[in-house]
Ligand binder design. Structure first.
Ligand SMILES: [Cu+2]
Length: 135
């Protein structure tokens, strides 16, 4: 018989699981990238970068510290740069094919974009939207 942690913690975990489920459902079909990544704490997002798109291209997270783990699954260098309007929130850095970069950014509620500016990849579709909900 499992012993459950404090009820408040359970509620948070349940809310997180429901959030993941809704997120995966919203992605419709690209669930392969989500996989059995049970170790991810809340506030952690895994993103895949390749020519010329991010998966997922739309991310919603609660305000606070968010850890982005960006994996380059493509064949060219890519980066994960976060902007709010014209303001650079995280400049990112080149990620070589097959490697990952993890960065933690503290985000206030609002609308952000993320993109890869290397060789104008953003113009080819390497961009997405990041929505940070109030918290
Ligand atoms: Cu790129």
């Amino acid at each position: 018989m499992l012993r459950f942690p404090r009820p408040a913690l359970m509620v948070r975990r349940l809310a997180w699981l429901l959030g993941i489920a809704a997120f995966v459902a919203a992605c419709g079909g690209s669930a392969a990238t989500a996989g059995p990544s049970t170790a991810l704490p809340s506030g952690a997002v895994t993103v895949e970068a390749k020519e010329y798109a991010f998966t997922p291209a739309s991310i919603t997270v609660p305000a606070g510290a968010v850890t982005f783990s960006v994996k380059n699954v493509g064949t060219q260098d890519h980066e994960f740069q976060v902007l709010q309007g014209d303001q650079v929130v995280d400049a990112g850095e080149a990620i070589t094919p097959g490697s990952s970069r993890t960065t933690t950014i503290t985000l206030a509620a609002g609308d952000y974009t993320f993109l890869c500016k290397l060789n104008g990849h953003d113009q080819l579709g390497m961009k997405g939207t990041l929505t940070v909900t109030g918290g």
